[in-house]
Design a protein around this ligand. Sequence first.
Ligand code: ME8
Length: 501
Amino acid sequence: MTTFTTTPIFYANGEPHLGHAYSGILADICHRYQRLAGHNDVLITGTDEHGKKIASTAEAHHTDIREFVDQKSAAFSALWRPLVIEPDVFVRTTDTYHKAHITEVWSRLLAKGDIYLGAYSGEYCVACEQYYSERDLNGRQCPVHGREVETISEPTYLFKLEHYRQSLLAYYHANPGVITPLHYQEAIIEQLEAGPLEDLSVSRINNNWGVEVPNDQEHTVYVWIDALFGYITAITSQDGSEQDIANTVHVLGKDILKFHALYWPCLLLALELPLPRKLVVHSWWTIEGEKISKSNPDTIVNPEVFAKRLTADGLRYALVRQKPLSRDGNVSLSEFIETVNADLANSFANLVKRNNTLITQYFAGHISQDNAIALDDECLLLLSSAEEYIQQAATAYQSFSPFEVTLALKQLLDETNGFFHHRSPWLMNKGKGSQHVRQTCFVVANIVRQIAIAISPITPILAQSVLSEFGLSLKTLKWESVAFTDEVNVTGAKSHFQRVK
Ligand code: ME8
């Protein structure tokens, strides 16, 4: 089955930072797991290039808008390679085929009577590209950027949001977990239960940097409507249909939950389309407690610099190991280094190297269960707890909790290291019988091979390096290959992950 995983469609108004990299890494982990689970998953990303915010930023840089968005979009496109992310689709909202899609969708909504021409007056934050109600403002300042809002009163097209409130509420009640972590779904349910929703302003005047509203040149389509439909533009560019939104997982930050969990599903309901399979919502990375944000230059962390220091695997692992999705986390390079060295270099790579060295040295790289004879109780006990931890990792992937994946795998590594040290197979010629050593190495090899497959969505380079020594390739492996094998063949014993300095 073809499935789709998306990152947000990022604003092309600045350079990408660690927060954007985090969304991309989470989406890629989800994408790689889907592939491992046997789906033909397509990874979608792109840039959101219209709207007043982008037009005014380009103007402030004295740059032609087209040139400006080309340059910023290219920076987002270049973000992925150093993080070993290979998107299948990169959609740009300024692409002609996307603009044609928006025009077509608009006409359908208008024909259905879900969009009508009216007027709107409210407090607008250009940086957020959204209106705020007075209750959500801090005085006159927006809650996200702390910027002063402007009062805007203008003719606008409005979308009948309220029309779909009850259907959406019923859907969320009937499908707990479509938004994960669950408390984000509960917050949206609370909002839907609180009463009628205001109709949503879906066009802007005095902004010609956008998709023109069909038959009304004075208006351009609201940038959020434009961007959300970018997901479908991307799906249909891959021979998918609009219906495939049902097989789509959206990964997004909590700052854009309302757009994805309220507006987007109501628009889809209006178009009589299915709703996305899942919204995976994550919290923020901060610097000394301040959200990393383009509008706060002091907080900017360049992901490429971090990836160079920690390696791509190291950065990917540290970001998911450091905190669960729903908690904000403070960026600390020294903590990242500590985590990566403790888990990837010491616990994992070092164990693989030591065990593979023994297998190569003592058993010519080959052990099968036949000549290891019946495994003793200690071995059986560890193998059965390995099975449990690997199952926990699978469940955590399925519930989009990569932090919990790392917890399960780290516990398994700790137990396996404990077993390895306690049984000291390196003492083969100094008191440990060859049968004892063969069994030990056989069990450890089995487990590290399983861990390499299970961790591959998070640390693909390290995983492939380990698996190559077992003659395996991630290109052809499926999650089922994680199962116990009664034969291990090892072709070498190299260092798979160097300690980071
Ligand atoms: O909102 N920590 O684009 P955007 C973690 N164009 N994640 C962070 C982060 C941080 N400090 N800062 C940003 C937009 N992010 C719209 C999206 S989708 C149809 C349109 C991540 O460039 C997080 O995923 O402002 C957040 O939702 C996204 O970047 C916002 O990116």
